[in-house]
Ligand binder design. Structure first.
Ligand SMILES: Nc1ncnc2c1ncn2[C@@H]1O[C@H](COP(=O)(O)OP(=O)(O)OP(=O)(O)O)[C@@H](O)[C@H]1O
Length: 278
């Protein structure tokens, strides 16, 4: 008898887990004090003796939109790789909120905890519609099978609709994603991240290859995400950075060279030297 009760309880727990799979929730351990969402402290990593990241310190506030710039090889990608678990540093610490130790977690675990990353190249499912891509993205790193075999709940449909409005693709809901413009694909991918309710979004070179109009729209979109989400944007296009940035961090040789408003950054002699000609 006790075995069947246990089995019954297990099946309920199993069902809860399946529900979790289709409706990801932010990590309950995420605890934010003093408004700080991400702490990267004294982080270093070497590749074959070359220090790609060198005593890096970075703090991102809740709801902040931070732009990270830096010349080629400054360590921007490696920094994002460390935050998202792709690369483990040799020394230092990285915490999401007060309690979540990112250095002890795998990439999928970090994504599930609420850190989403958008790579430069869009990876939408070209044969699927905008709506279907967003629906599939709800599964995220948890796998698409539960999503395919579950019926959408009303609130999940609402979430998809709301994200479609946010990324400006509501009129393209049933369009094949492969037929979208480059900019629209980038927005769809941001939308796919949003389906997983991330608290922190890392966005790599969002406007590369975009038209001016698409860049303006992307600026609006990223600005609108700040507040509800913390957003880190790595971007080379200075005009774009100027259009969205409140606070800018300049990376150079794996460390923070300067941090401040765009005006402060642009008048910094060390930054000018690093960016000679830009
Ligand atoms: N897996 C690796 N093995 C060896 N060297 C690496 C590896 N990853 C990065 N590096 C080196 O570390 C340095 C920092 O690279 P990273 O890609 O983080 O810079 P970045 O600021 O993103 O540059 P870019 O703006 O060109 O994308 C570079 O010199 C790069 O060659």
């Amino acid at each position: 008898m006790s075995i069947s009760v246990t089995t019954y309880l297990d099946s309920i727990r199993e069902r809860d887990r399946v529900f979790d799979l289709v409706a990801p929730q932010a990590d309950k351990r995420l605890e934010i004090k003093n408004g700080c969402m991400l702490y990267v402290e004294d982080v270093s990593v070497s590749f074959d003796g070359f220090k790609a990241i060198n005593n890096l310190n970075l703090y991102i506030d809740e709801g902040e939109l931070r732009c990270i710039i830096g010349p080629n090889g400054a360590g921007k990608t490696t920094m994002m790789d460390i935050i998202t678990g792709k690369t483990k540093p040799d020394t230092g610490t990285a915490y999401f909120g007060q309690k979540i130790n990112l250095l002890e977690m795998s990439e999928p675990e970090i994504a599930q905890a609420g850190i989403g990353r958008k790579f430069q190249k869009p990876t939408v499912f070209e044969e699927q519609s905008v709506f279907d891509n967003l629906e599939l993205a709800m599964a995220g790193p948890r796998g698409v099978l539960p999503t395919l075999f579950s019926k959408l709940k009303g609130e999940q449909k609402d979430h998809i609709e709301q994200v479609m409005v946010q990324i400006g693709l509501q009129e393209h809901s049933m369009a094949r994603s492969g037929a979208l413009s480059h900019g629209q694909k980038q927005w769809l991918e941001i939308g796919m991240l949003l389906m997983q309710n991330p608290r922190l979004l890392l966005v790599d070179e969002p406007v590369a290859g975009m038209t001016h109009q698409e860049m303006d729209r992307t600026a609006e979109l990223l600005t609108s995400l700040a507040g509800k989400h913390s957003v880190i944007v790595v971007e080379h296009d200075m005009d774009f950075v100027r259009s969205i940035a409140k606070k800018v961090t300049v990376l150079h040789q794996g460390s923070v060279l300067a941090e401040g408003s765009m005006d402060q950054i642009q008048s910094d002699a060390r930054v000018k030297e690093v960016y000679l000609g830009e």
